[in-house]
Design a binder for this molecule. Structure first.
Ligand code: ATP
Ligand code: MG
Length: 330
């Protein structure tokens, strides 16, 4: 049964929980956000430097009366109903209905421009950052409407972390990039922080390369290393859901394989949604696959088919899915 979208309450609103200087660069703003320290673009000042950890958030975890009481073992499930996204009033994604199971890996596949990143950004309201985006329909995380006025966006983004298509490290040391989110969430002893930084750099398959240069600038790392550092930084806030937008597109096969192993291990702890153009990767890492398609540039994209990954790849119901996964287009 389809449920009518609540169009009146789902327009993203601009929050200003913390005044964060943003480098005129959405990716940087997004990564600050993914460290759990978000401000929306509306009132942010554009300056060329990263702010120190946000003072008024330091020392305590951001609380949200709705989301904090939702925490449970089965947390991290999304229910998406009639979700559409438009840029400047022009629909880009239309009428998506799906459920994202908790503690599973869901891959989002489809040709370039079919709205994968757009849909992914809706899951932690990162589209709000763009200012020109309208999201309608209902997205519930563990039963709570993430677009409701009652939602604390800071708390939401602490629960739903993100790794972006383009890596954008903070202009800080390698160590401080990973420690940034945990420091904001509360007091951590120096030894605990050391252990946490090491653990997450190991999960992101970069520890061996950086263990002797932890206090050097992250800006000196290669693109692939920066991407793995961004993965470590996202993991360090222990999100319940991790959104990954083509996380391995800049990685070599060995790093890719290590990240895929990490993804498999992480689903014990969190729900993962991964956008990938790599069909083998989708089959290797995901339990469920969603195939999106934009039939023509004059139409918005939609969800064509979603199901168990094996079924989608071995026996898709829709001819368009079959054509895409067999490389006939896209
Ligand atoms: N900030 C924006 N402003 C206006 N239109 C946008 C913006 N971001 C994306 N779009 C449009 O929305 C559509 C979907 O883009 P999106 O980036 O979500 O696709 P995608 O599936 O992630 O593509 P790719 O695989 O190339 O990353 C595209 O037509 C794109 O031009
Ligand atoms: Mg994309």
């Amino acid at each position: 049964m389809r449920v009518q979208s609540d169009r009146s309450s789902t327009r993203p609103r601009v929050e200003n929980h913390a005044h964060i200087a943003i480098n005129g660069n959405l990716a940087l703003a997004e990564n600050i956000a993914s460290a759990g320290t978000i401000a929306s673009a509306g009132t942010s000042v554009l300056t060329p430097h990263l702010p120190a950890p946000i003072v008024h958030l330091a020392g305590e975890r951001v609380k949200d009366p709705v989301f904090d009481q939702a925490a449970s073992k089965e947390q991290g499930r999304f229910d998406v109903q009639n979700v559409s996204v438009a840029y400047n009033g022009v629909p880009a994604v239309s009428d998506v209905n799906c459920a994202i199971a908790s503690h599973q890996v869901t891959s989002l596949i489809g040709p370039s421009g079919c709205g994968k990143s757009t849909l992914l950004r809706s899951f932690n309201r990162m589209n709000d950052m763009l200012g020109n985006v309208t999201v309608t329909g209902s997205i519930k995380l563990d039963g709570h409407d993430i677009n409701s006025p009652a939602t604390n966006v800071v708390a939401l983004r602490t629960r739903v972390g993100m790794v972006f298509q383009q890596p954008s490290v903070f202009p800080l040391s390698i160590y401080d990039n990973v420690a940034y989110g945990p420091r904001l969430r509360g007091r951590v002893s120096a030894s605990d922080l050391d252990a946490l930084v090491e653990d997450n750099l190991r999960k992101a398959a970069i520890w061996d390369e950086v263990k002797d240069i932890l206090h050097k600038s992250a800006l000196g790392l290669s693109g692939g290393q920066q991407q793995r550092l961004c993965i470590a930084r996202a993991l360090a806030i222990s999100p319940e859901v991790l959104l990954m937008d083509e996380p391995c597109s800049a990685l070599d096969p060995i790093s890719t394989s290590q990240i895929e192993q990490t993804i498999q291990q992480l689903k014990e702890q969190m729900t993962i949604i991964i956008v990938t153009h790599n069909m083998q990767q989708a089959q290797r890492v995901s339990d469920t696959t969603m195939f999106m398609l934009r039939e023509s540039m004059s139409e918005p994209a939609h969800l064509v088919e979603m199901g168990p990954t094996k079924e989608i790849f071995d026996n898709p119901h829709d001819q368009r899915t079959r054509d895409y996964i067999s490389g006939r287009f896209g």
